[in-house]
Design a protein around this ligand. Structure first.
Ligand SMILES: NC(=O)c1ccc[n+]([C@@H]2O[C@H](COP(=O)([O-])OP(=O)(O)OC[C@H]3O[C@@H](n4cnc5c(N)ncnc54)[C@H](OP(=O)(O)O)[C@@H]3O)[C@@H](O)[C@H]2O)c1
Length: 255
């Protein structure tokens, strides 16, 4: 048996129309999983899904939906299951940021970031856990954290607070649901070249700082994360829960 094989498993990947979610979806599909991909923009999602189907041959369902309304996620997951079948693996990837000085951060923007990056992760995971328990248990949740699960930079208050929360939420859910065979882990990407970071990638001073500060000397790509998500979703990580794996080119290792 190949311990990294995901044949026969169905994974829901949120925020999978662009950026990191595409790398995660590509890795899971290449390992044999069937996918349900989500984002708000239905056209962009379908274009990405068509490309991934062509590249991997995987079955990919598109479920466009705005995940920021936490109260609606239980019924969202229910309708996904009804249309696509049971979900074995949940990848909580959709996220956002608002940058700015802490003393000038409007509460409305704080709430937008906390809602999607933290409350949505909890509410969708809760819906998923109930679904898995009703199915007899088992299942994997992988949350996309950040270097800001444990460190921060200026002007990132809501984002850092949300990702710090994701790390402890990962551990708390892992502890609560271990008896049901549901493993919960996180991935902490370093600086990855995605649309979310376009302003930073396009800023030569910031980009130089990233490449000089990162021991492996470059921005990451969404595909740099695909091996880790397959590992955490597969039987290869059967005894691992409540952990975060940083995929950061060594960023956090350097003082
Ligand atoms: N890029 C990095 O360097 C980096 C580093 C560490 C962690 N991360 C984390 O990685 C995750 C993905 O980041 P990214 O850089 O790939 O971002 P991105 O390029 O902006 O992509 C975000 C994805 O999420 C979807 N999305 C946004 N809001 C949504 C909502 N309310 N409901 C459903 N889908 C939504 C977007 O599609 P629509 O706009 O169509 O909804 C898109 O598919 C985030 O959690 C982020 O915090 C990123």
């Amino acid at each position: 048996m190949n311990a990294f094989q995901l044949t026969g498993k169905r994974a829901l990947v949120t925020g999978a129309s662009k950026g990191i979610g595409v790398g995660l979806a590509r890795g899971l599909a290449a390992a044999g999983a069937e996918l349900v991909v989500n984002a708000r923009n239905a056209d962009e999602l379908e274009t990405t899904a068509a490309r991934l189907r062509e590249e991997t041959g995987a079955t990919i369902h598109c479920e466009p939906f705005d995940l920021s309304a936490a109260d609606e996620l239980d019924s969202f997951l229910g309708s996904v299951v009804e249309r696509c079948g049971p979900i074995d693996i949940l990848i909580n990837n959709a996220g956002r940021t608002h940058r700015g000085a802490a003393h000038e951060m409007p509460l409305e923007k704080w709430r937008e970031v906390l809602d999607l990056n933290l409350t949505t992760v909890f509410a969708l995971s809760q819906a998923f856990a109930k679904h898995r328990m009703a199915a007899g248990g088992g299942g994997r949740i992988i949350n996309v954290g950040s270097l800001m699960c444990s460190t921060t930079r200026p002007n990132n208050t809501p984002y850092a607070a949300s990702k710090g929360g994701v790390l402890l939420l990962t551990k708390a859910m892992a502890v609560d649901w271990a008896d049901h065979g549901i493993r919960v882990n996180a991935i902490g990407p370093g600086y990855i070249d995605t649309p979310l970071n376009k302003a930073l990638v396009d800023d030569p001073e910031f980009s130089d700082w990233v490449t000089q500060r990162c021991p492996l000397g470059r921005w990451g790509t969404p595909d740099d994360l695909s091996g880790t998500v397959v590992f955490l979703a597969s039987p290869a990580s059967e005894f691992i829960t409540g952990q975060i794996i940083y995929v950061d080119g060594g960023f956090l290792a350097r003082f």
